[in-house]
Design a protein around this ligand. Structure first.
Ligand SMILES: [Fe+2]
Ligand SMILES: [Fe+2]
Length: 250
């Protein structure tokens, strides 16, 4: 895996760790936000990729600054590394949907410090920056959150925006994509994932409406590549018009 900066302003930074060396398991992105020597991990990943994530992370930050982690939902590609992170640093506070706490405990580390997020969401201070936990229920898990950093205009979107890309993929869609051609090509790798994994058109429309009111420069999914600039609105328009929940309609 490689680490690249997504955003940097003084001591406020975002990083993406991306492109696993092998794709024996689904390719996953991990993000880190740091503010004033305080760091948070976003969807830290599966047990299987922990060594790759950790070694990419130490290229860009001191592991000791990680004081929190965010888990968007309960899936193994998101959270099964929890006991390994907890073994490295038992002071990490784990923010996750309250509804999934008892299930996520099945990954182990019963003594880890869990902070359940209620259905309505909430926020937390990372260093001197406020991070919002945005409800994204049923996208795709029944209790599901995203995270928004209004100062950096970074929106971590979990499985929303996910694309299944081949090894060696870029961290970004082409940011100079004024024609939308790069987006049109990329979104073919995202279409089936959204149609099959996202269960509810109502939940999707509600999310698109709320999120299109936020000021977002970078929409950062847990699989695939970052949507920046015009590609953020392109994605919201595309997702708004997509029919999802196709598992029962065939
Ligand atoms: Fe998932
Ligand atoms: Fe995922």
């Amino acid at each position: 895996m490689k680490a690249l900066p997504v955003f940097e302003q003084g001591n406020h930074r975002w990083w993406i760790l991306y492109d696993q060396d092998e794709h024996r398991v689904i390719d996953s992105n991990v993000y880190i936000m740091e503010s004033a020597d305080n760091g948070i991990l976003f969807d830290p990943g599966g047990f299987e990729i922990f060594p790759q994530v950790f070694s990419a992370m130490v290229e860009v930050i001191q592991p000791s600054i990680i004081q929190s982690a965010f888990i968007s939902h309960q899936d193994p590609d998101i959270a099964s590394s929890l006991p390994l992170w907890n073994a490295c640093n038992s002071k990490i506070k784990w923010h996750m949907p309250k509804l999934w706490e008892g299930f996520i405990r099945h990954y182990g580390a019963l003594e880890a410090d869990f902070a359940g997020i209620p259905d309505e969401g909430g926020d937390v201070l990372i260093g001197d920056k406020k991070l919002q936990f945005v409800p994204a229920h049923y996208l795709h898990a029944s209790a599901n959150f995203h995270a928004y950093d209004p100062a950096a205009k970074v929106y971590f979107s979990g499985d929303v925006g996910a694309a299944l890309l081949p090894p060696g993929h870029d961290a970004w869609l082409d940011r100079r994509d004024t024609s939308g051609k790069a987006f049109d090509a990329h979104i073919q790798n995202a279409k089936y994932f959204h149609q099959r994994w996202m269960p509810s058109n109502d939940a999707k429309r509600d999310w698109c409406q709320r999120v299109s009111q936020l000021d977002i420069d970078f929409l950062c999914p847990q699989h695939g590549a970052i949507y920046a600039g015009d590609n953020v609105q392109r994605f919201l328009n595309w997702f708004d018009g997509l029919n999802v929940g196709i598992g029962i309609s065939r």
